[in-house]
Design a protein around this ligand. Structure first.
Ligand code: GLU
Length: 421
């Protein structure tokens, strides 16, 4: 649930502002500067008319929000979902500003979305919708302005259509206008696994803090898309037991550990984790409360709330999703001593490799996967160490510390640039 109607605890942009204000207090940030940094720079709403396969026309609503571009071009994904709304896109764009600053990549924050049910659209309809949306936001995007990427329900094929449409308009192949593209079309090795790999790198750092061994640790993962699916594979490779996973259709559980490779094959064949042999069904709402050492919410917003936070059993939470924990839940998890690795740190692996992809596109020189993975892990470890040291310095939790690091970086660049008037 998202949007203003759901109330402040579930309104992601209100949540962002709350966390920002909290960090600003620690930094004694000027209130006016805080207003500048919280307010989205540009918001575009576009009509996306599409010729459907049955010959009728339908008009979808699309958004692109550029939250902040003080440090560099806006950067962030495009989401296709029926729950997309402007406050959600605003929050997701603002989180991108914070995320890029935490891992210190020279981008600002942006996000886009189209209100639609992509599962109800054919490939042809998806392609026409993507191309028309790209054309509609043409004026504000570009390699030096705003660089989209995949997000919920978009993938490398969508990015390829996006790149092609933009390139046809500007009359030259422009790979760096979007990241998350297929390899061979300007995509980077290691990009599809990058968010999951970043989740693992964050978990390894967090486990060291908590003196927890990953071998044999019980891990529950909410979401089995690109982020959750890769996180499951990579975390299981470290000898951890993946005891529960879920997707949009339901959840499954096996306290002895699920066979992740077989689970991927099952999902490929049936399109869901549900019904996997060697597992018992689990109430999807109960996944975050399952008995485990590590919880990886890797689906959507507002799943750990004031209502269920007290029932969380995990000692470490690694937020693969954007905005999975509400601000009210943060306090409850703190009281319980749970180490929460916040989204703007924990899921920054995706945008980090997007940055590498953009750099490679502009150089026209491509790295091998080993280099991508090595530089990704180095960046994640450095960001974790900085956030952790900040948490110790200010005697606060990792979320507030991550915001302190990010807000400080964007504020100091903004001050140095000065205000154009
Ligand atoms: N959609 C991803 C995120 O939320 C990736 C964004 C990007 O690579 O620009 O971080």
């Amino acid at each position: 649930m998202s949007g203003a109607a759901a109330g402040a605890e579930h309104n992601p942009f209100e949540q962002f502002k709350k966390r920002f204000d909290n960090a600003a207090k620690y930094l004694k940030l000027d209130a006016g500067l805080g207003d500048i940094l919280k307010t989205p720079t540009r918001e575009l709403t576009v009509a996306v008319p599409v010729l459907m396969d049955d010959g009728t026309y339908r008009v979808f609503t699309g958004y692109r929000v550029q939250h902040n571009t003080a440090i560099g071009p806006a950067k962030g994904g495009i989401r296709y979902d029926s729950k997309v709304d402007i406050d959600e896109v605003r929050a997701l764009a603002a989180w991108m500003t914070m995320k890029c600053a935490v891992v210190n990549v020279p981008f600002g924050g942006g996000k886009g979305g189209i209100i639609c049910d992509p599962k109800a659209l054919s490939q042809g309809e998806l392609e026409r919708m993507t191309r028309r949306y790209t054309a509609a936001i043409m004026d504000i995007i570009g390699p030096d302005k705003d660089v989209p990427a995949p997000d919920v329900n978009t993938n490398e094929q969508v990015m390829a259509w996006f790149m092609d449409t933009y390139s046809m308009h500007v009359r030259q192949a422009t790979t760096a206008v979007v990241t998350g593209k297929p390899i061979g079309l300007g995509g980077s090795a290691g990009r599809s696994a990058a968010t999951g790999r970043g989740v693992l790198a964050t978990l390894e750092c967090a486990a060291a803090v908590k003196k927890m061994k990953l071998k044999g640790a019980k891990v529950a993962i909410q979401g089995f898309g690109n982020v959750g699916g890769w996180a499951a594979t990579l975390i299981a490779e470290q000898g951890a037991k993946i005891v529960a996973v879920s997707d949009i259709q339901g959840a499954i559980h096996n306290p002895q550990g699920l066979d992740v490779a077989k689970l991927h094959a099952h999902v490929k064949a049936t399109k869901s984790v549900v019904g996997f042999k060697g597992s018992k069904p689990l109430d999807a709402d109960k996944l975050v409360e399952v008995e485990c050492d590590v919880l990886v919410p890797a689906a959507t917003e507002n799943v750990i709330t004031a209502k269920n936070a007290k029932n969380v059993k995990a000692k470490i939470i690694v937020e693969g999703a954007n905005g999975p924990t509400t601000a009210d839940a943060d306090a409850i998890l703190d009281d319980k001593g749970v180490l929460v690795c916040p989204d703007i740190l924990a899921n920054a692996g995706g945008v980090t490799v997007s940055y590498f992809e953009w750099v490679q596109d502009r150089m026209g020189y491509f790295w091998d996967e080993e280099r991508v993975n090595k530089e990704l892990v180095q960046k994640m470890q450095k960001a974790f160490a900085e956030v952790h040291a900040t948490a110790e310095q200010y005697k606060t939790n990792m979320r507030t510390a991550a915001y302190i690091v990010a807000v400080d970086r964007v504020a100091s660049v903004t001050k140095k640039r000065g205000l154009y008037a």
